[in-house]
Write a protein that binds this ligand. Structure first.
Ligand code: AP5
Length: 251
């Protein structure tokens, strides 16, 4: 995520009434996409690329929680404090808390620039809530992108990830190293490891994915929205594969 992206996502981070400057959708089309896939498969990295190519905003619930934690340090509601504790351990935040936050940002779901939902929905209950909301607003999903990769590769991506503590840009010690070790290329901030990228949290997250999120693959297949994408290879190859799959779907 670059600082510019963050400004463009003001509505997502600050809620309705924020001064948001979304890009126009590509070729007049509003892309409304859900990005599915295990933790660390590269959803955030792909969202960054798709945002540049399709103009749709990157709406990540994980980023939202991390931002809220940073912003509200010391003034969190009990529900938010519980959400942060779950997140640090790698467990899912309750459906009620997640939906409350997403619903407050309904403007982003109705935005003419479209959206790239990353990390939401993550349970069948959340998927049903989203479906009912979008039907009510008459803004149907374009597709659900399911990124697929073997678990051992996923663990390598997660354990090598480093995040800028200031602007949240994402790096990888091997595959996307910063120019200067430990320093963000974008803003000069310090790079750190996410608390939930420790081995003990990674296994809890992968289990939560298998148990709660993987059933969404069949759910979206039944709705004829699922597009499976091979997430192996360099980010730009995965992005090109995604764009080609989307193009053939909307033809
Ligand atoms: P969230 O932030 O959504 O985490 P996640 O789903 O676990 O996804 P990640 O951000 O870890 O991975 P990613 O797929 O985006 O991979 P990335 O692009 O960074 O959620 C965090 C927590 O919040 C959850 O555990 C939960 O507690 C809570 N939460 C959020 N939403 C919730 C919800 N709806 N319900 C309940 N709880 C919720 O890539 C990973 C690394 O790999 C990076 O270092 C990157 O540089 C590298 N990389 C990426 N692509 C490639 C490539 N093609 N080749 C080589 N390296 C690559």
């Amino acid at each position: 995520m670059s600082p510019q992206n963050k400004i463009d996502r003001a509505g997502w981070f600050e809620g309705s009434g924020a001064d948001c400057t979304p890009d126009a959708g590509s070729a007049g089309r509003s892309w409304r996409l859900v990005l599915l896939g295990a933790p660390g498969v590269g959803k955030g990295t792909q969202a960054e690329c798709l945002n540049k190519r399709l103009g749709a905003c990157h709406l990540s619930t994980g980023d939202l929680f991390r931002d809220a934690e940073h912003r509200d340090a010391g003034h969190q509601s009990p529900a938010m404090a519980q959400a942060m504790e779950s997140m640090h351990h790698g467990a899912l935040v309750s459906d009620t808390t997640v939906w409350e936050l997403v619903r407050e940002r309904g403007d982003c779901l109705r935005c003419s620039a479209g959206f790239l939902l990353d990390g939401f929905p993550r349970t069948l209950a959340q998927a049903e809530q989203l479906k009912a909301y979008l039907e009510g607003e008459k803004v149907p999903l374009t597709a659900v992108l399911d990124y697929e990769m073997p678990v051992d590769e996923i663990v390598k991506r997660l354990s090598g990830r480093r995040i800028c503590e200031k602007c949240h840009s994402v790096f990888h010690v091997t595959w996307r190293p910063p120019k200067v070790a430990g320093v963000c290329d974008v803003c000069g901030g310090r790079l750190q490891q996410r608390e939930d990228d420790q081995p003990s949290s990674i296994s809890i997250r992968l289990e939560a994915y298998r148990h709660s999120t993987a059933p969404l693959i069949q759910y979206y297949k039944d709705l004829n929205l699922l597009v499976s994408i091979d997430a192996n290879g360099p980010p730009e190859d995965v992005c090109a594969r995604t764009l080609a799959a989307l193009e053939s779907r909307v033809k």
